[in-house]
Design a protein around this ligand. Structure first.
Ligand code: AMP
Ligand code: MG
Length: 357
């Protein structure tokens, strides 16, 4: 890895202090072309001025992100959207009214004011209004839209704390705003609106059911439920192994909870017989089944509460990298509600290593 050249500063932003000098200074750093990591209600983002081509190029460099994987432009309100997108359809207006600020990203045409590097040369620009007070205050302090992907090294689990950001990017960025743990723990839902039916390119914090209550039928891009996507990916992020810890992940997927546990225990024994160390990613319901055998067991939330699993997912995956295991045997979760986003991340982290039960 390249030696860090910058000395990355960390500044805590206490609740209620969003309009104070720390965030004002961070805004000035962005305006001057610098890179600032900040909390959002999904995960931590790595921001640059979306109007500054060179600054945006710096994001790709700091993360090691492929140039054709575009970023999300963060704005402070629906009222600002018209400044950058001349044509706002009724559908966009409706979605914004229901879900902004919040974890819904809309892929729109007509964002010609943004340099091509923001959209990976696609000609469409992804945009959202985040629902975190620090993120909103930062965008306002910067006075420019803020382009930001997640603040992690490309391909790895997203960061949900300032410490995760530093683990990945210390020395590569100017500043980290520490606003405590990000709430949701998975990224925004990315929705394409170019066709007759809206298409979910990436499941996230807003569920298909919530979207359908507002829009009517919504399609799920076929790549969402496949490890790498057999169809041509419409969101470039779909093409890369993603969200993956350094340790290989094997995903055990199916509806039969007892069957999954049995199969994982059998595979764990095989690993031990080969002299390997076992990591197990489970839920609180099943945790006890794996204990007392010398495995590294990490339990996220409860199986029937996907929100609790989402909140702990990336932290859990990152934990295994510190536990020196040879593989992570991971339980799948029901792909309902937020569980759809959790399963999408696990499938991508496993990179095709999926055992159907
Ligand atoms: P990240 O939040 O780090 O995952 O990065 C932003 C995500 O939004 C990636 O998965 C991108 O592929 C997706 N995205 C951004 N812009 C577009 C676009 N114009 N069309 C389709 N997907 C996009
Ligand atoms: Mg990301």
């Amino acid at each position: 890895m390249e030696q860090g050249r910058l000395s990355t500063r960390v500044r805590v932003v206490e609740p209620g202090a969003e309009d104070g000098p720390v965030v004002l200074e961070a805004g000035a750093v962005l305006r001057a072309g610098g890179l600032v990591a900040f909390p959002t209600e999904t995960v931590y983002g790595l921001g640059a001025s979306a109007l500054d081509e060179q600054a945006v190029a710096g994001i790709f460099k700091a993360k090691g992100r492929p140039a054709d994987n575009p970023l999300i432009v963060h704005i402070d309100s629906f009222a600002s959207l018209g400044q950058y997108f001349p044509l706002i359809t009724e559908r966009v207006r409706l979605l914004a009214a229901h879900f902004w600020p919040g974890p819904l990203t809309l892929v729109l045409k007509g964002g010609d004011r943004f340099p091509a590097v923001v959209s990976g040369g696609l000609g469409t620009v992804a945009v959202r209004v985040p629902a975190h007070p620090v993120a909103l205050a930062l965008i306002r302090a910067a006075g420019v839209p803020v382009a930001a992907p997640s603040a992690n090294v490309s391909g790895g689990p997203s960061p949900t704390t300032a410490a995760h950001v530093l683990d990945d990017l210390d020395g590569r960025i100017d500043l980290v705003l520490d606003g405590g743990p990000a709430g949701l723990g998975v990224e925004s839902t990315v929705l394409a609106l170019s066709g007759a039916l809206p298409v979910i390119l990436r499941p996230g914090g807003v569920t298909p059911r919530q979207l359908e209550a507002v829009l009517g039928p919504v399609k799920l891009d076929p790549a969402v439920n496949g490890a790498s996507g057999d169809a041509k990916p419409r969101s470039p992020g779909m093409k890369y192994t993603h969200y993956a810890p350094r340790v290989p992940v094997v995903l055990f997927d199916g509806d039969n909870r007892a069957g999954i546990v049995k199969r994982i225990l059998a595979e764990a024994e095989n690993m031990v017989a080969r002299g390997q160390r076992v990591g197990i990613l489970t839920c609180r319901d099943n945790e006890l089944m794996y204990q007392g055998r010398g495995y590294a067991v990490i339990a996220t939330g409860w199986r029937d509460d996907p929100g609790s699993i989402a909140a702990a997912l990336y932290e859990s995956l990152r934990c295994f990298d510190r536990r020196s295991v040879d593989a992570i045997l991971a339980e799948g979760v029901p792909a309902k509600g937020l569980g759809l986003a959790v399963m999408n991340r696990l499938l991508r982290a496993a990179g095709g290593n999926v055992i159907k039960i």
